[in-house]
Ligand binder design. Structure first.
Ligand code: NAP
Ligand code: ZN
Length: 428
């Protein structure tokens, strides 16, 4: 385990070498500061930085329309896009962002992906385990420009580019947070939207908005030169599919099946191909077969193709299921090899129709996985930047969000919608 002192030194090193591209596969995260407030305060005080003014404004990047001396100092009302009930379409609204604290970064959002989770949440489809608080402003894969930083921030300067995924805080002290598993925080992570927000007493609002204030630990460094709009989806779709490949150690030549070719599924294909795994897509959409192959899959099999499903029995080392709702899984258990695992990242409901005996006979596993920690999210961003891996996107304007939702639900996404927040600003 990396020591706290070493973490601080490395964090400062990152401040100096912000643009260095990290291509170290499996490199541990090096900055845990703001997620661990107590340790962070101690370390910062030890360096004599604690007395610095609350806000620092180091103009190194693109100019901001606002006055540097006031940006982020007070709560601000910002434009956002959200739903006021499960039945209403998303529309423009004003929300408040808190004044930035010592460890916070104010991001001017440029691009925000649309995840199917946004739709589940906006429409309260997860009411049984995660009821929606309204107004609901979704968005948990976005990239923006740093507009202001708190006095203790070491990871970013004004003008840098940062990204935010599904979490904006966690306790920082439980065993899971200390193990870089903030998403599994024992006190529950603060998710980017629909979580209780201790800072405001309300609930969190996501990235379908002009600006957001996030502790620096939860802001991911975006390497220079990447396609920002097509990199934004890596912050959810990318990490959610990368993490199980890491955990289950998907290796070169192993057979992996990706079930569902949407936002997560297409990233799973690209990430598995990058590892030189042997990829098969299981799709319900005949129109996606050619795309699957173009993305690097060996083949794409229709769920309804009984002969192919029979041919593939006992072939797969790993399956990643991205289907957004429960479905009968037995036919996929059948294609798992001995000891192999089907990792469900999509359906939050009960597993349907799985025969216990088939798991027993083949020592097969059904598992689940949720996004990834901050260190692993940084890792997938750096990994993809080094290999020019990005999402296939359709860039839309905010007025098109509701239409995009309909297309996602009808499986007609190719393969991620990204909201162009930057264009709305350019247009005033
Ligand atoms: P998406 O873009 O809509 O892709 C899902 C794909 O699954 C569809 O394109 C379709 O692919 C297939 N599909 C959809 N409905 C289906 C149905 N009724 N039966 C069979 N196949 C169906 O969604 P996404 O953004 O990738 O998200 C997928 C799921 O993962 C969502 O439920 C989301 O909430 C969840 N999620 C989980 C995590 C996590 O941490 N675990 C993170 C992000 C998202 P084909 O046309 O190829 O069949
Ligand atoms: Zn998501």
């Amino acid at each position: 385990m990396i020591t706290s002192r070493r973490k601080l030194v490395l964090a400062l090193d990152h401040r100096i070498t912000q643009t260095r591209m990290n291509d170290q596969f499996n490199e541990p995260n090096v900055d845990h500061g703001p997620a661990m407030p107590d340790r962070r305060k101690f370390l910062v005080a030890g360096l004599g930085l604690a007395a610095a003014p609350l806000l620092t404004h180091v103009a190194t990047g693109a100019p901001s329309a606002e006055t540097g001396a006031t940006v982020g100092k007070n709560p601000v009302s910002v434009r956002a896009y959200g739903a006021t009930s499960a039945a209403t379409p998303l529309g423009a609204m004003q929300i408040e962002r808190r004044a930035i604290g010592a460890n916070d970064v104010l991001l001017d959002v440029l691009y925000c992906g649309i995840c199917h989770s946004d739709i589940h949440q906006a429409r309260d489809e997860w009411a049984t385990w995660n009821p929606t608080r309204y107004p609901c402003v979704p968005g948990h894969e976005f990239i923006g420009r740093v507009q202001a930083v708190g006095s203790a921030v070491t990871k970013f300067r004004v003008g840098d580019i940062g990204g935010v995924g599904c979490m904006v805080n966690s306790c920082g002290t439980c065993e899971n947070c200390l193990a870089d598993r903030e998403q599994n925080c024992l006190k529950e992570a603060t998710f980017t939207y629909n979580s209780p927000d201790p800072a405001t007493g309300g609930h969190t609002f996501g990235g379908y908005s002009d600006k957001i204030v996030v502790p620096e630990h939860f802001v991911i460094r975006i390497p220079p030169g990447v396609d920002l709009a097509a990199t934004a989806p890596l912050l959810c779709a990318g990490i959610t599919t990368f993490s199980p490949m890491q955990h289950w150690k998907l290796a070169r030549g192993q057979r992996v099946g990706v079930i569902g070719l949407g936002g997560l599924g297409h990233m799973a294909v690209k990430l598995a191909v990058a590892r030189k795994a042997d990829v098969t897509v299981f799709t319900t959409s005949p129109g996606k077969v050619a795309d699957a192959q173009r993305l690097g899959a060996r083949e794409a099999v229709l769920w309804s193709d009984a002969a192919a499903m029979k041919r593939l029995a006992n072939q797969f080392d790993l399956l990643i299921s991205t289907v957004p709702q429960a479905y009968p899984m037995q036919q996929f258990v059948n294609v798992l090899k001995l000891d192999a695992t089907l990792v469900n990242v999509g359906a939050m409901e009960q597993f349907q129709g799985v025969n216990g005996i088939d798991l027993v006979l083949g020592r097969k596993s059904l598992a689940g996985s949720m996004i990834g920690g901050i260190a692993e999210t940084q890792e997938v961003i750096d990994y993809c930047a080094a290999r020019n891996i990005k999402a296939e996107i359709e860039l839309i304007r905010p007025e098109e969000i509701n239409r995009a939702y309909e297309r996602v639900v009808s499986k007609d996404v190719r393969y991620r919608f990204v909201i162009d927040m930057a264009s709305t600003k350019a247009a005033g």
